[in-house]
Design a protein around this ligand. Structure first.
Ligand SMILES: O=C(O)CCC(=O)C(=O)O
Length: 300
């Protein structure tokens, strides 16, 4: 079956209606962790929050970008681990199985041979690796006197778009800078995703300008739920200060749930009815002029 045909199948209104009828909502928790230099402490805090989220009813728990290390190209080599053999992977897999939840494991610097990647691993409720996304678009920007960052100095980019299914919902994974690339979100929607999750760590320059705007833009374009999960903001003077403000945008592109800069966990329910409602009331998916343009996924 071609990519084009699978798009038609997965997003056909009848397919979605059937899914919606079967579905009672997915309870998610977005954990905005305070991250420090002590890797073991960071991982232990993540595991503790996974269990707490489960106690509050979460079925899927998502962690932030770079939750086991400080964020900076100088840290990636030291904190890197193999996925899924490394200690952080093993701790999250165990936590997922013990709590009986799906864990979207933020990101860790992944070592694979002589390469490093910025990688999100997803664990199912039995602790099995369900998906692995390597950041596709590396964060290389230069805003003079504000922020210069060049992940490509030490990281290699991934080469594929990652989606998986959990509890009857197709979910797409992107990492931070990936959020800026509408084509990627569009392909996730074509593949049937009703929810996109982005572990991210925007900064104090682009965070206030673009973080929520991009979440709402992706939600509006794809008529899907969009979750962003950030580390908590570090105190003034820290080498990297994340914007925080983990949030959930709904398929209308409203933001019904958001945190501030402090550590915390956002609990919400992903309701497929809202996806169906928006897609049927504003039917842009049927109105695309693919005779004039298209976004086509390379077969990989
Ligand atoms: O796109 C941005 O402004 C921030 C991206 C970022 O922090 C990242 O990719 O880690």
């Amino acid at each position: 079956m071609s990519d084009c045909e699978s798009y038609v199948d997965a997003t056909h209104p009848r397919f979605l209606k059937k899914l919606v009828a079967m579905h009672s909502g997915l309870k998610i928790a977005l954990v905005q962790l305070a991250v420090g230099p002590d890797k073991a402490k960071n991982v232990a805090a993540a595991v503790q929050e996974i269990h707490k989220a489960k106690e509050k009813g979460a079925q899927l728990v998502a962690l932030p970008e770079c939750f086991n290390s400080p964020y900076g190209t100088e840290f990636f080599e030291e904190y890197a681990e193999e996925v899924p053999a490394g200690e952080t992977s093993r701790a999250l897999s165990r936590a997922a199985a013990e709590a009986g939840v799906c864990v979207v494991g933020g990101t860790v610097p992944e070592r694979c041979g002589d390469r490093l990647y910025n990688t999100c691993a997803v664990w199912d409720p039995s602790g099995k690796l369900l998906a692995q996304h390597r950041k596709l678009h590396l964060f290389d920007i230069d805003i003079p006197n504000k922020i210069t960052f060049k992940e490509s100095d030490v990281l290699s980019p991934g080469d594929k778009i990652t989606t998986f299914e959990f509890n009857g919902i197709k979910i797409g994974i992107g990492i931070c800078y990936d959020l800026r690339f509408g084509e990627m979100a569009h392909i996730m929607a074509q593949e049937g995703c009703a929810l996109q999750i982005y572990p991210g760590a925007f900064n104090m320059t682009t965070g206030p300008l673009h973080w929520e705007l991009l979440a709402r833009a992706r939600a509006c374009d794809t008529q899907a739920w969009v979750a962003l999960v950030s580390p908590a903001r570090a105190p003034p003077g820290a080498a990297y200060r994340a914007w925080g403000h983990s949030l959930l945008a709904d398929p209308w592109a409203a933001v019904p749930h958001a945190l501030g800069p402090a550590p915390g966990t956002l609990h919400a329910t992903i309701d497929l009815n809202v996806v169906e409602e928006v897609r049927s009331q504003i039917p842009i998916r049927r109105q695309r002029r693919t005779d004039v343009y298209d976004t086509i996924k390379k077969s990989k």
